[in-house]
Design a protein around this ligand. Structure first.
Ligand code: AMP
Ligand code: ZN
Length: 504
């Protein structure tokens, strides 16, 4: 494996491409960060962890990565929330920047090179807007600056949208001060009000529109041309399309070589999102199950596949983390017991090429699930080899073999961040997580039966009778309790029949 073999799926070309950085061995990487108006949900968590994975994997494969992830701390949602609370918007945003940092820490994310906030990038944003006006790509109407979309010929190249078709979809009369219905805001005039943050500019007091911040921050820290840009797929249009239009018009060079987008976390058939109200916050999840369990859910599914939220994926994550950490403990025990002057230099058959295979999978469009599959093969083979050695009373693993396995464990951890520094304490936490999951499942059953009708009650009684027949007393009791919580009482008669009634 060498650095020339990395491929990335780019949304720009809709195919996998060989990674060919602007500067050999170096990667300039930008990922769109969160808007800090509330606690983040696990869908946002996926975007954060995927950004972290791209960063870690490229570093582990030998690149020098300069990674920028922003915080959007100036935004309508923040201003509205701050108004409700009667606090200044920047103060409100800062509270959630700090909460978000706590989540990131629990998710075992490593620090980017730069984490700028909009409120700290205003001079650079104004400077870029001035350049866009000077070059004829933007115009001013009553203190508002707008980007003139038709002026940028390749608009639509990322989202594959046709400007003509876009025009038909937009009601012109609403925004009749715009030269074109697709024109978007670069600078908004201040409406006044204590809570609303505003800054002086050549166009009067105001604040930036959303899209310009990423173009300005990217330019400030990475220069006019970058290698990789990442965000959730909902950002392809209009956010990333507009970033391209702004950056390429202002700087006159191709903005970004590879565009990476992670798929959604769905709840039922819909995207998990605050506005749909179907969210699980990262904080709630972490309190119940721990950050590493959430991180592992994202690492063990490929970033371009949809992730349907369910108890099953939580359970799978807990079980696989258990297997990994039990192995790490077993390995450490053997490693400590081997004398360092053991001069048996043979390799372990279990580590056979595994490191190379893991690297190849990660280099293949960040295929973390396949990389993990090789790691699980190593775990299985290691145990088999150990048991055979014990059985035949053979000498233990050679120092060479152990150092190869150690190298694999370290690589897996550096590139994917899934091994806890204290495996024994993690196993305890995972036991707690399992108990929480059982309790959650029971609560879900309760919630489901809150609206139960008579037919469903009968179905549950039948299920309980079957459980009793199979001597599954725990399940039988659970069903009886669930019904009791819904004020439904069961009565078992001696002839084996069960009747029910509502609690008086
Ligand atoms: P926002 O704070 O809404 O700007 O979102 C921050 C990041 O989370 C963006 O990259 C979004 O694309 C991403 N995101 C939001 N909702 C989801 C979801 N349900 N699944 C995956 N990513 C999401
Ligand atoms: Zn952005």
């Amino acid at each position: 494996m060498n650095m020339n073999n990395v491929t990335i799926y780019s949304t720009l070309t809709r195919k996998k491409e060989r990674l060919n950085p602007i500067t050999d061995g170096e990667i300039k990487f930008y990922s769109c960060g969160p808007t800090t108006y509330d606690f983040l949900h696990v869908g946002n968590g996926r975007a954060l962890v995927v950004g972290d994975l791209i960063h870690r994997i490229l570093k582990s494969l030998g690149y020098k990565v300069t990674f920028v992830r922003n915080f959007t701390d100036v935004d309508d949602k923040i201003i509205n929330r701050a108004k409700e609370k009667g606090v200044p918007a920047l103060e409100h945003a800062d509270i959630f920047v700090n909460e978000c940092k706590k989540d990131m820490h629990s998710l075992m994310m490593i620090d980017p090179t730069f984490t700028p906030k909009v409120s700290e990038t205003i001079p650079e944003i104004i400077e870029m807007i001035e350049r866009l006006i000077a070059k004829g790509f933007a115009y001013v109407v009553n203190g508002e600056v707008l980007y003139h979309v038709p002026r940028f010929e390749s608009y639509g190249k990322l989202s594959k949208k046709d400007l003509e078709k876009l025009q038909h979809g937009i009601r012109v009369e609403v925004d009749d001060y715009k030269k074109h219905p697709s024109d978007f805001v670069l600078w908004k005039p201040a409406k006044g009000g204590e809570e609303e943050p505003s800054w002086d500019s050549p166009w009067g007091k105001g604040r930036p529109g959303w899209h310009i911040e990423c173009s300005a921050m990217s330019y400030k820290f990475l220069g006019p041309a970058i290698d990789i840009h990442h965000g959730g797929i909902d950002l392809i249009f209009p956010h990333h399309e507009n970033e391209i239009a702004q950056s390429e018009a202002a700087n006159g060079v191709n903005f970004c070589s590879y565009w990476c987008h992670n798929e959604f976390v769905n709840f039922g058939t819909e995207k998990m999102s605050k506005s749909l109200g179907n969210v699980v916050t990262i904080r709630n999840f972490i309190e119940k199950f721990g950050g590493i369990v959430l991180r592992y859910i994202f690492v063990s599914s490929h970033y371009r596949t949809k992730l349907d939220w369910s108890d099953k994926i939580i359970q799978k994550s807990i079980e696989e983390l258990e297997r990994i950490h039990q192995f790490v403990i077993e390995f450490e025990q053997i490693n400590i017991n081997i004398s360092k002057d053991n001069n048996n230099n043979s390799s372990s058959s279990s580590s056979n090429n595994v490191l190379e295979k893991i690297k190849q999978e990660l280099a293949n469009d960040f295929n973390t699930p396949k990389a993990l599959a090789h790691f699980f093969t190593l775990i299985r083979d290691f145990r088999r080899e150990r048991d055979e050695k014990d059985h035949k009373d053979h000498a233990s693993f050679s120092a060479q073999a152990l150092s190869e396995i150690k190298e694999i464990i370290d690589f897996v951890n550096n590139s994917m961040g899934i091994i806890h520094p204290n495996p024994a304490s993690l196993l305890n936490e995972l036991n707690h997580a399992k108990r929480e999951l059982t309790a959650t499942a029971a609560n879900a059953t309760t919630a489901a039966v809150n609206s139960i009708d008579e037919q469903e009650i009968q179905k549950m009684i039948d299920e309980r009778n079957l459980a009793k027949k199979e001597k599954n007393w725990a399940k039988a009791d659970e069903i009886r309790n669930t019904l009791k919580q819904n004020k439904i009482i069961l009565k078992d008669s001696p002839d084996g029949k069960t009747t029910w009634s509502y609690e008086p």
